[in-house]
Design a protein around this ligand. Structure first.
Ligand code: ZN
Length: 233
């Protein structure tokens, strides 16, 4: 089975469209979304509609939760907070209802899918190192766990310091961010796992960054949210 795993779209319609176009060319069986569909970007409603139509399933991200509930915004910085408040006004009740029913975790075919980390997905832990990944590895039983949240793609073996994917080890894999990459590469990031071929690929896709930046500025959102798309940081 070939599964495309997308995460952290953050209402970037230009990036999501380019990634979905690439996914179509990759002949996948399913698309899975790891959450943070909204927040930061200019087109939250269109992105929710597109993910709802195209993904087999999706899990809840911290920005999705924050749009639905002011109680989930306490740790947000002023820029993120402004974007979340704006987003809450943009999405309709049908879109909010769909976001509200998203689970924190989905287990499927010996793979776990969560937004942040498997230990307690609702606490929004970050995983940045092999050591943190191995600690998280004690909190799931599936062979693979796919995460997003940090916007930094990475493959972490739970058994060694190996950073290469092999089909016979356990891994925690961060698929990176579709709509706001933060690893210094402004191209969109997503993951492609082939369970028959035994391969995993982190794909990077160019998209119209200037159009996404213009849309953010046109909506009156904080300019920093536009400029960081250009640097990918
Ligand atoms: Zn995010």
């Amino acid at each position: 089975m070939r599964i495309a795993i997308i995460s952290d779209i953050h209402a970037n319609f230009q990036a999501l469209s380019a990634v979905l176009q690439d996914i179509t060319s990759q002949l996948v069986d399913r698309i899975v979304c790891l959450g943070d569909i909204v927040g930061y970007g200019a087109d939250p409603a269109a992105c929710v509609d597109l993910v709802r139509d195209r993904a087999a399933f999706s899990v809840l991200g911290n920005h999705d939760a924050a749009v639905l509930s002011p109680h989930q915004r306490s740790y947000f910085n002023p820029t993120a907070l402004e974007a979340v408040r704006w987003t809450a006004d943009q999405i309709g009740s049908a879109q909010a209802d769909w976001l509200r029913q998203l689970p924190y975790r989905v287990s499927f075919e010996n793979m776990l899918f969560v937004h942040s980390a498997p230990r307690a997905p609702e606490e929004w832990d970050y995983v940045f190192s092999g050591m943190e990944a191995r600690m998280q590895g004690r909190h799931f039983f599936e062979r693979l766990c796919f995460i997003g949240h940090s916007h930094i793609p990475g493959v972490y073996s739970l058994e060694s310091d190996l950073r290469e994917y092999t089909p016979d080890h356990r891994y925690l894999i961060n698929v990176g961010s579709v709509g706001q990459p933060r690893d210094g590469d402004p191209r969109s990031s997503y993951g492609l796992i082939d369970t028959v071929a035994g391969t995993y690929e982190n794909r990077r896709i160019s998209y119209d960054v200037d159009a996404a930046m213009r849309a953010i500025l046109d909506r009156g959102l904080p300019p920093r949210l536009a400029h960081r798309l250009k640097s990918g940081a």
